[in-house]
Write a protein that binds this ligand. Structure first.
Ligand code: AGP
Length: 608
């Protein structure tokens, strides 16, 4: 989604803004722009191309104060006139992430006051509102605060004025924004990765905060306008973690980072002899002893990890579990059980639907909340009572890979901790699970060795338009995840079904042009799955089977079997995800799509 960078410094900030935007490209965007203050004038450049095009267009622009933006269209088509920054009367410039819900009403009022709108965006109302207060003599800070009081919706904004060359105002509500604190220069950004080249000192703004930033000062005010102190942190993000390095795409890099990401996520547990609730927060033991069920809320890939976890939680811990798509739950009238632990899962921790679902659950009386998330200080982490941080490192590719497998690792730990507390886990079983978890990173590494074979397999998909993914039980969500990966980066229409459902409808689609990908672990459902695959073969469907060793399945005419190195028991879904990620990646390469930034998609979906 949209990205914001802003800077005030003693040096020219244009290269800082452009480099920051480049770092934010992964979030997904369709236009970009920047504005700087130079000799009491606003100088703006915008482009509907990539940041590299904006760089060319801004070659002649310099200034010591500026704001920049990558836009992912919501109101108004992707076009130069709709690209940010938006200006009012050559005096005020604004960049904005989020959605202003009452913009039509505000636009009517402002038009009546004589303001002329030059874009179709909701953002432009903010520029004119700030202008309307500023021209009456309010300071830029007060003009912004008065404007924000009129807005309904979500925002992270940056504001500058042509006649105020050393002051940047910013604010957040519902969209992330942080301050980067440098030496004789300060910054704002929607994501820390944008600022890594200039500072590691970060101040996370809280909901409703407004900040006033100068070259060597900054002040933060809360939603009531009271001056507040917000703690400064030193970011642990490194430049390397957000660089491509030797890899052709971030997605491939992140697929290959999974052994290390899993090792990091499991570090505390694998180095200990037993499982304790404290890994989910200080209050976890108390919360877990009061709960009788689980409700998982998430979107997309994170929702798929929740579906896997439901199987673990019910089978191993014997605790009832429901999994709901956050965007549905938030608007559904549901019956709340105060003894339910509400688990939100999110890579970014800023997904608008998941955040709204969490707040909806809390408003419905749910008190036990746990976030499983990859971003410390994210909204979902801050708004949950308990937390588990996956330590996957920054995920840049829009298609989620290492975030998914580390979420699964966190959810498996949750299962084991609850099983232990509920008396469902013997000490011997606990030790066996810990042993399996310690082995997991090397088991994943072994699956990565299938890379070359999978890249060859992918050639068979180059001319396909549809694909069917099948799985059963614990691996049905892995089929869902495989289909999601394939569709989002290769644009092949892909569906996933529990294999037993095939004959209830989707079998009608099967012919020689419909490749069928089956996740076939060596578990109790294998024989049933084999019968389902016979049904496909009998209709001329071409089968691609990811089978464990010892499944006694062989490649034959129309059937390609890929042998996985081992069967990992309950952890098998994690291993079986890897070949499907690689398959999607290599099919996308065949198709020549933009792997890391697939069309129409954004990394972190911070609007509804
Ligand atoms: C996955 O490949 C997607 N890009 C998407 O489904 C993603 O998982 C979803 O938007 C949820 O994001 P979150 O984990 O950051 O909340």
């Amino acid at each position: 989604m949209c990205g914001i960078v802003g800077a005030v410094a003693k040096r020219n900030v244009v290269p800082i803004l452009l480099q920051g935007l480049q770092r934010l490209e992964y979030r997904g965007y369709d236009s970009a722009g920047l504005v700087v203050v130079n000799q009491a004038k606003l100088e703006r450049a915008r482009s509907t191309g990539r940041v590299v095009e904006l760089t060319q267009r801004s070659a002649a622009i310099t200034g010591h104060l500026g704001i920049a933006h990558t836009r992912w269209a919501t109101h108004g088509v992707p076009s130069e006139r709709n690209a940010h920054p938006h200006m009012s009367d050559e005096l005020i410039a604004v960049v904005h992430n989020g959605i202003i819900e009452n913009y039509e009403e505000l636009r009517t009022d402002l038009t009546a006051q004589g303001y002329v709108f030059t874009s179709d965006t909701d953002t432009e109302v903010i520029a004119h509102l700030v202008h309307s207060f500023y021209k009456k003599g309010a300071s830029l800070l007060h003009a912004t605060q008065s404007s924000l009081a009129k807005l309904i919706g979500a925002y992270a904004i940056g504001v500058v004025a042509a006649n105020n060359p050393e002051q940047l105002i910013c604010a957040r509500k519902g969209s992330p924004l942080l301050l980067g604190i440098g030496e004789n220069e300060n910054f704002i950004a929607s994501d820390m990765s944008a600022l890594l080249a200039v500072t590691k000192n970060v101040v996370y703004l809280e909901e409703g905060d407004v900040a006033e930033i100068g070259i060597d000062t900054y002040r933060v005010f809360d939603a009531q306008g009271k001056a507040v102190q917000r703690q400064m942190h030193v970011s642990e993000l490194t430049n390397d973690s957000v660089e491509l390095g030797e890899y052709r795409h971030y997605m491939l890099k992140e697929i290959y980072e999974q052994p290390q990401a899993l090792a990091n996520t499991l570090e505390a547990v694998c180095n200990s002899q037993s499982l304790v609730p404290g890994i989910f927060g200080a209050e976890a033991a108390a919360s877990f002893s009061q709960i009788d069920s689980i409700l998982i809320l998430a979107c997309g890939t994170s929702h798929n990890s929740g579906l896997v976890a439901r199987n673990w939680l019910e089978e191993i811990a014997g605790i009832p579990c429901n999994v709901e798509i956050a965007s549905e739950y938030r608007y559904r009238v549901s019956v709340a059980n105060p003894k339910t632990l509400v688990v939100t899962i999110s890579q970014s921790g800023e997904t608008a639907d998941t955040l709204a679902a969490l707040n909806h659950a809390k408003a419905n009386g749910h008190q036990h909340t746990l976030a499983i998330c990859n971003v410390p200080e994210s909204a979902i982490i801050r708004q949950s009572k308990l937390r588990f941080l996956t330590r996957a490192g920054p995920e840049i590719g829009v298609a989620s890979t290492k975030a998914f497998t580390t979420q699964l690792a966190g959810l498996f730990l949750l299962t084991l901790v609850l099983a232990k507390l509920r008396g469902k886990l013997t000490s011997k079983q606990e030790q066996q699970h810990l042993h399996d978890l310690r082995h997991l990173p090397s088991a994943v590494q072994a699956v990565l060795n299938l890379d070359t074979s999978i890249s060859k397999l992918a050639e068979k998909f180059a001319n396909k338009h549809h694909a069917l993914f099948l799985g059963r039980g614990l691996h049905y969500p892995i089929a869902l995840e495989g289909a999601l990966k394939l569709k989002e980066i290769s644009y092949i229409h892909a569906e996933a079904y529990p294999a037993g459902e095939l004959k209830h409808g989707p079998l009608a689609l099967v012919d020689k042009d419909m490749p069928v990908i089956a996740v076939a672990p060596n578990d109790t459902l294998l024989e049933k799955l084999k019968s389902n695959l016979q049904e496909v073969r009998a209709r001329g469907g071409e089968l691609f089977v990811f089978a464990d060793a010892n499944t006694r399945m062989q490649s034959s005419d129309g059937v390609s079997v890929m042998q996985m190195p081992e069967h990992a028991g309950f952890l098998s879904p994690i291993l079986h995800t890897i070949p499907l990620q690689l398959l999607a990646y290599y099919v996308a390469l065949q198709k020549g799509t933009d792997v890391d930034k697939p069309r129409n998609l954004a990394k972190s979906v911070t609007v509804e």
